[in-house]
Ligand binder design. Structure first.
Ligand code: PGA
Length: 222
């Protein structure tokens, strides 16, 4: 099973969500690819349960329900989504998340029967994964993403080359038993095919996933 995860980040209004939904619903449906869309929290309610697209969130509280103003817990999210991205490089950079708080988020998600998509990079993957229990690891998809490969990164690095991604993912899988390992970072219509090879179990697409035409083209290629 391979995964195509659309990470919308902080984008779109209600009309744009509806436009994306209607255009993408005509896209080719392949049964061996799990498609997940991760919109902003309020937009989750605009999606109806569909077999074609699973729903995901972009973060979750490290705490359970209770007096935590502004936080959205795993218990709340589980009524809406099956997948949650945690520890994204942007969460670590702009919101001060640490591997420790990400491990708490994973714990909350697994306790509530959701699949964490745990974002890691070259420098923190071993430390991040070693903070998770065997049960948590085997319930998690690991998303390998060098921060400099993110499309908005202020660098000319671009997408990570497929050989280095394969090497990193092989190393992660050698040391830890996980549900799967995905690649994220500047995946687009041109390069998506190269990432759909063993041992890469799929991709997380940010910027290119906002455009329904690009999503349709990407899905046709995998
Ligand atoms: P990008 O983002 O495809 O825009 O590089 C991917 C991600 O960070 O989730």
């Amino acid at each position: 099973m391979k995964y195509f995860v659309a990470n919308w980040k902080t984008n779109k209004d209600k009309a744009e969500v509806a436009e994306w939904q209607s255009k993408v619903s005509q896209a080719l449906v392949k049964s061996d690819v799990v498609k997940v869309v991760c919109p902003a929290f309020p937009h989750l309610a605009l999606f109806s349960k569909s077999d074609t697209w699973k729903l995901g969130a972009q973060t979750v509280s490290a705490f359970p329900n209770g007096p935590y103003t502004g936080a959205v817990s795993a218990e709340i999210l589980r009524e809406f989504v099956q997948y949650v991205i945690v520890g994204h490089a942007e969460r670590r950079k702009y919101f001060g998340e640490t591997s420790q708080s990400v491990a708490q988020q994973v714990q909350q998600l697994v306790a509530n029967a959701m699949t964490p998509i745990v974002a890691v990079d070259d420098h923190n993957w071993a430390q991040q994964c070693s903070l998770l229990s065997d049960e948590e690891l085997s319930a998690s998809l690991i998303m390998y993403e060098p921060p400099e490969a993110i499309s908005s990164a202020n660098s000319s690095a671009g997408a990570a080359d497929v050989e280095s991604v394969k090497k990193a993912i092989q190393a992660i899988k050698q040391q830890f038993t996980v549900k799967g390992c995905l690649y994220g970072g500047s995946v687009n219509v041109e390069n998506i095919q190269t990432y759909f090879q063993t041992p890469i179990d799929g991709v997380v697409v940010g910027n290119a996933s906002l455009d329904p035409a690009k999503v349709t083209s990407m899905l046709a290629k995998i």
